[in-house]
Design a protein. Structure first.
Length: 179
């Protein structure tokens, strides 16, 4: 097959798209952290969508976060922890997640914060992960901040699972195998 200038241009575009997509999928510890974050984040979104809006004010006891407050807390936490890596929230990001109360608005804000975490983690190099960061007043690394956002997501995923089940909501991903 003869390679014409048009075929060469198409081939170059296809190869560059493949390289760009490969750069979007980190490997090693960075990829592992991103995969673990994605697992929890996707499930948090599924639960936030599955829990009825009228249950967003429900709390298991006085002085404990409500369903909506947990979603807002995770959202704000995503921005806060990524801030420890030096990543600034996108322009227009609400400063106080506690002021967002409508289910649809909370879910939209949650999804935006998740994408912020993903894009921040994807943009980091191995050297970036080793760079210094201050985490709650102690010196550490940006890797530690990334691990913190993963752990935080999983912590509150567990909390939302308990909240959902307390309100008769089965987590969507567990419906195939029963209750």
């Amino acid at each position: 097959m003869r390679i014409t200038p048009i075929r060469a241009a198409v081939l170059a575009l296809v190869l560059s798209a493949g390289i760009a997509s490969a750069q979007q999928a980190p490997t090693g510890v960075q990829g592992e952290m991103l995969n673990a974050f994605d697992d929890a984040a996707n499930k948090i979104v599924q639960l936030a969508e599955a829990i009825p809006a009228e249950k967003y004010a429900w709390r298991p006891a006085e002085g404990v976060r409500s369903v909506g407050e947990v979603v807002g807390h995770v959202t704000g936490g995503n921005y806060y922890v990524m801030g420890m890596t030096g990543a600034q929230p996108p322009a227009g990001t609400p400063q106080n997640m506690d002021q967002i109360t409508a289910k649809a608005d909370l879910i939209r804000a949650l999804q935006q914060s998740i994408e912020h975490v993903r894009s921040t983690m994807r943009a980091m190099t191995a050297g970036d992960l080793d760079a210094p960061a201050t985490i709650f007043g102690r010196q550490s690394t940006k890797r530690d901040a990334c691990l913190l956002v993963v752990v935080h997501a999983h912590e509150h995923l567990g909390q939302l699972i308990a909240y959902a089940r307390s309100n008769g909501v089965t987590p969507p991903w567990s419906m195939q195998g029963g209750q």
